[in-house]
Design a protein around this ligand. Sequence first.
Ligand SMILES: [Zn+2]
Length: 90
Amino acid sequence: MTIPETDTVPVWPEGVLARYLTAGGATVDITRGSGVDFTATCLGCGDAQECDHVSATCIGGPATALKANQGAAREWAQAHAERCRALPRP
Ligand SMILES: [Zn+2]
């Protein structure tokens, strides 16, 4: 069975890898930057977190850096989504 596209399921913007629903009904979107960095952006209040703390030249290499930065972005998004009550802009 295929799920039909409806108005109630908006298409995710290009580049969005993960999306967290906030307490206020907005979303926090995770996007990847040019390298191993990720950004989590709240579409409710506009707060954003760049996760680029681990460099691609770290001891574990780019794969480790990618995983670490993505994990950090997810953690921030999850934590922010739980407490943000800003409504999305109409
Ligand atoms: Zn927010």
